[in-house]
Design a protein around this ligand. Structure first.
Ligand SMILES: [Mg+2]
Length: 138
């Protein structure tokens, strides 16, 4: 267990070991396997076609948007810190950002996408782009 895990357990009384997540740091590939494995185990992929229908993929992407909307609402409400509800449910902006990552990782897992390779390729490309990508305002 990492020092970060120990601090989180001490601060929040939340046991990562009991949650089934053995550690708090993971590679993108591990996140994809964890997120997609959990989604499959919980039945969210029971009706998937092989390959998945494009409309189903669009629906999955819609769920990413819904998590972004939840994150926006937390910002509007000033819920900027990670907190835990009485039932132990993580809440606040950090939790919604985590939901976005988890949903993206699940989609990558469902589609067999090497998300880690894509992130490395895109981050490397972005690092070479011009300031504000050629003068974009936002
Ligand atoms: Mg959420």
């Amino acid at each position: 267990m990492s020092i970060g895990d120990l601090v989180r357990e001490a601060a929040f009384g939340f046991s990562l070991a009991k949650s089934g997540i053995a550690r708090s740091s993971m590679t993108i590939g591990e996140l994809v396997r964890e997120a997609h494995g959990t989604a499959r185990a919980k039945g969210w992929h029971d009706d998937d076609e092989t390959p998945p229908d494009p409309i189903r993929i669009v629906a999955w992407l819609g769920l990413v948007c819904s998590e972004a909307a939840e994150a926006m609402e937390d910002v509007r409400l000033g819920n900027m810190a990670l907190t835990f509800g009485e039932d132990g449910k993580p809440e606040g902006l950090p939790s919604e950002l985590a939901d976005i990552l988890i949903r993206v990782a699940d989609i990558a897992g469902a589609l067999g996408i090497d998300l880690e390779a894509a992130v490395v390729a895109k981050a490397s490309y972005n690092a070479r782009r011009s300031r504000r990508h050629g003068g974009k305002a936002a």
